[in-house]
Design a protein around this ligand. Structure first.
Ligand SMILES: C[S@@+](CC[C@H](N)C(=O)[O-])C[C@H]1O[C@@H](n2cnc3c(N)ncnc32)[C@H](O)[C@@H]1O
Length: 239
């Protein structure tokens, strides 16, 4: 394991200083996380995937904030991350937790190209599927995911409607939300119950040196709420 203090004052060539806590989160994959932040801060900005104001806060607000969701994921679970954009939270999760099996779903070609490039460069095993989460047959393993993650993609009820057909019964939706998390749960509780999500809760988690992340978690109790919507079809390898 890398010593936490090693990177305390490190400043990579293109990005902000690497927080000391990052070493504990990414372990021996810290150099890959640094490269990812560098890529976000260069290509990500140039291609308009991240706003220029995000550059100084790529670690705490985005990458470490995303990686904190790993605490809600079990060993070896199959994760579908919908609306990955520039790879959040999917790429930090893959880097922090190499045991996870990750599929990133993103409709926009520009973003898919970015994802494929960075996955290739980092040499990590992550699938990319181009499409919308609600498209039938977009993911070959629809109905088998242990967890569907998302961050800043859609209101909770809509996310739940997209997540349910992708999940196995007993699988969880883990939505990374901002301060509105509790209000969204109250507002959309009935819609989620209709889809047969159980045990709805908000968990606040935080990686060291990062903004806290609010996770809205619900477990798909049965498939009755979206009967007949399970789809099977071709996804495609992004690499
Ligand atoms: C605000 S961005 C957030 C990106 C990333 N999750 C993050 O936290 O930085 C929303 C992303 O969701 C994608 N998206 C929008 N509708 C979608 C859908 N129906 N299925 C999958 N992705 C979708 C967009 O293309 C965009 O990349």
């Amino acid at each position: 394991m890398t010593d936490d203090t090693t990177y305390e004052t490190t400043r990579d060539s293109a990005g902000p200083a690497v927080p000391a806590g990052a070493a504990g989160v990414f372990g021996e994959r810290l150099p890959l996380a640094i490269r990812y932040v560098e890529f976000l801060g260069t290509a990500g900005l140039e291609r308009g995937l991240m706003g220029p104001r995000e550059r100084p806060r790529l670690w705490d607000r985005h990458v470490l904030n995303s990686a904190a969701a790993a605490s809600a994921l079990g060993v070896g679970e199959a994760i579908v991350d919908i609306g990955s954009g520039a790879g959040l939270p999917g790429i930090p999760l893959a880097l922090a937790r190499p045991d996870l099996r990750l599929t990133l779903v993103e409709p926009l070609l520009r973003r898919v190209t970015f994802l494929e490039e960075i996955i290739d460069e980092l040499g990590i095993e992550v699938r990319v599927v181009r499409g919308r989460a609600e498209e039938k047959g977009i993911i070959a393993t629809a109905g088998d995911a242990d967890v569907v993650t998302s961050r800043a993609v859609a209101p909770l009820a809509k996310l739940a409607g997209w997540s349910a057909p992708l999940l196995r019964v007993g699988g969880r939706m883990v939505a990374l939300k901002g301060e509105s998390a509790a209000d969204e749960v109250e507002r959309d509780r009935a819609a989620l119950a209709k889809l047969d999500f159980d045990g709805l809760r908000v968990e606040t988690v935080a990686a060291p040196d990062a903004e806290p992340t609010r996770l809205v978690i619900g477990t798909l109790a049965t498939r009755m709420g979206h009967r007949g919507s399970r789809s099977r079809g071709g996804g495609r390898r992004g690499r």
